[in-house]
Design a binder for this molecule. Structure first.
Ligand code: ADP
Ligand code: ADP
Ligand code: MG
Length: 565
């Protein structure tokens, strides 16, 4: 086993990897940006080295700087976590060249799964069912349009290099196909530097069920059962659970086999996940399942698998990377009870989930819950990275017990100092439809109004928990959802025309300059914070004055950025 490991990541996952290393007696090296100079993970590591300024391109994405720290400190291996460099084949290759073990698959395996279209072709050849659609080379508009017609609407256009829910457009008919294609291509180009797309049948009632895989360098491959990640908001996971509610044993076995076949087809090593989309329009019994993509890394939601298998997946990753065989065979692996994870984010569900920043004046969890946190009470949530505060994970003998524990844990969790999605999570796990397992990826979107209704304050909550799980009402009428467009206007339309930053963020585009004459709603400035981009539009027609910002500026919340005269 390694004696010293560098963690090329930050936040929750860096803390998570360090905890396993501490248990195994492995020394840890953290790398951090200026924005993380006092972060929990860097305090937890045995040593920590600054690798540059806050923007990820100047710090956490700088493979060369990170490898230099590994060499300087004598770290034998690098754990990339998830996100950042974890699926970067060039970085994995650079580690190997530098004589450092990359804790993950080979560069070839990463490349094989990097593009969704090529991965689907490979999987088809290996006998793994893939979502019906077109994933060929030809990219001319006419070919793509006629393929969409052959597949039959609705279809989903996906950027082949996409991720994090970006570059996807649902298309319902011919008339909007070209427009949607152009915007998916543009998003693919700007976010991933690749405008190629594939087209899929749009599954109207899907569940997202994924299989956790593990493979070693001795040819052994096992699966660690499934996770259900159907509770998504805008294609981003919110709640995950294992096992998948109601999944028949025969289907679990078939999906596990298909995933193992997929891993063998590319000579996979380490932890990986095959994401399947399951068409449950006719129910889950015998529902068709299709390969969507493979994530060649540890997954954010891996703790639910740990809870039902009793294993430490980071320990397995390190053992495999050190050349050891898998600790267990398929027959040794058992699935016990039910586990649920909820992602606690600094964001405001009442204002379209706008990311929030600030100081965590209070942060505490009941001892009954596993809290994998990125921060501690007193820490800052900054504008630069993912707004995840913590993951809460519970286990029970069955789904009902796990849900009761999660509900209880969320009720007893205290966060003060900034807006979070805690109330939203409480409403989801209290929801009767969710409790009965009536879930699909459209669940949150369909019920968004009742799920984002404000949660009663702490006192009210502790006095009247759960007597009416779906119908909680404040004494006050629920606040009307904030309309983001209106937040660009201070006071009313006629008396003032300031353009104000509704959130802290980075200026990524400025479309106008002082003196320009604009119409009402002309896009003026694009702000980016964490995972979202927001276009600030002209509050009314007039002339731009007082523009104070340019691309690359970091702005504070409620700052006046320009005015319309
Ligand atoms: P998983 O698939 O492991 O459950 P996610 O899909 O939520 O997790 O995200 C995986 C990784 O990709 C995380 O590190 C997350 O921060 C990062 N990520 C997700 N969406 C985006 C995005 N839009 N832009 C940049 N990084 C993203
Ligand atoms: P990403 O790389 O952004 O995670 P995925 O291909 O994994 O992209 O898809 C993300 C999510 O989009 C899925 O979890 C699912 O909710 C939805 N989705 C993907 N493909 C389809 C499809 N063909 N029909 C309906 N929904 C889909
Ligand atoms: Mg995905």
């Amino acid at each position: 086993m390694f004696r010293k490991l560098l963690i090329a990541n930050r936040g929750e996952i860096a803390c998570r990897v360090i905890r396993t290393c501490q248990r195994l007696g492995i020394r840890t090296v953290a790398v951090y940006s200026d924005a993380d100079a006092n972060a929990l993970f860097m305090r937890m590591a045995d040593e920590a080295h600054n690798i540059g300024p806050a923007p990820t391109t100047q710090s956490y994405l700088r493979g060369d700087a990170i490898i230099a720290v590994a060499q300087k400190t004598g770290a034998e291996a690098i754990h990339p976590g998830y996100g950042f460099l974890s699926e970067n084949a060039d970085f994995a290759e650079a580690c190997a060249t530098a004589g450092i073990v990359f804790v993950g698959p080979t560069p070839d395996a990463i490349r094989a799964m990097a593009l969704k279209g090529a991965a689907k072709s490979l999987m088809e050849a290996a006998g793994v069912p893939v979502t019906p659609g077109y994933h060929g080379e030809a990219q001319d508009e006419q070919t793509l349009l006629s393929q969409a017609r052959d597949i039959g609407y609705p279809v989903l256009i996906k950027a082949v290099a996409g991720g994090g829910g970006k570059g996807m457009r649902r298309v319902d008919n011919d008339s909007i196909f070209m427009e949607s294609l152009a915007s998916a291509q543009a998003e693919g180009r700007s976010s991933f530097g690749d405008d190629r797309v594939l087209i899929e049948k749009y599954i109207e009632v899907p569940r997202h069920i994924e299989i956790q895989l593990f493979a070693d360098s001795h040819g052994n491959v096992v699966h660690l059962f499934e996770r259900d990640c159907s509770l998504q908001r805008r294609h981003q996971k919110v709640i995950e659970e294992a096992p998948a509610p109601g999944l028949p044993e025969a289907m679990r076995a078939a999906m596990g086999d298909a995933a193992v076949r997929a891993a063998k087809a590319i000579g996979y090593q380490g932890a990986g996940t095959i994401e399947f989309i399951v068409d449950v329009s006719q129910g889950i019994e015998a529902a068709p399942f299709y390969f969507m993509e493979m994530n060649t890394r540890l997954q954010v939601e891996h703790p639910v698998t740990e809870m039902i298998t009793g294993l430490d997946l980071v320990e397995w990753q390190l053992r495999v990377a050190a050349g050891e065989p898998l600790p267990k065979t398929q027959n040794d692996l058992t699935l016990t009870g039910h586990a649920i994870e909820a992602r606690l984010y600094a964001e405001d569900p009442e204002a379209d989930f706008m990311p929030a920043t600030g100081t965590l004046e209070r942060l505490s969890f009941p001892p009954s819950v596993r809290a994998d946190s990125a921060v501690e009470q007193g820490d800052e949530v900054s504008v630069f990275y993912d707004p995840m505060i913590s993951k809460l994970i519970v286990h029970g003998r069955d789904r009902d017990e796990a849900l009761t524990r999660m509900r209880d844990a969320l009720i007893r969790t205290r966060v003060e100092g900034l807006r979070t999605n805690l109330g939203f999570l409480r409403r989801i796990v209290s929801d009767v439809d969710f409790r009965q397992g009536h879930i699909d990826t459209g669940f949150i979107g369909r019920h968004i109004e009742r799920l984002t209704a404000p949660w009663p304050d702490a006192e009210t909550t502790s006095r009247s928990p759960w007597s009416d799980p779906t119908g909680f009402r404040l004494n006050l009428p629920p606040a009307a959802p904030v309309d983001l467009r209106r937040m660009t206007v201070a006071a009313d339309d006629h008396s003032t025309s300031d353009v104000i930053a509704p959130m802290p963020g980075l200026v990524v585009a400025v479309h106008v300059k002082n003196g320009d004459v604009v119409e009402k709603n002309t896009p003026l400035i694009v702000l980016e914070a964490m995972k979202i981009q927001m276009t600030l539009k002209a509050p009314r027609a007039g002339t731009v004055t007082g523009m104070t910002v340019s691309v690359g500026d970091q702005v504070k919340e409620k700052t006046v950025l320009a005015a319309i005269e």
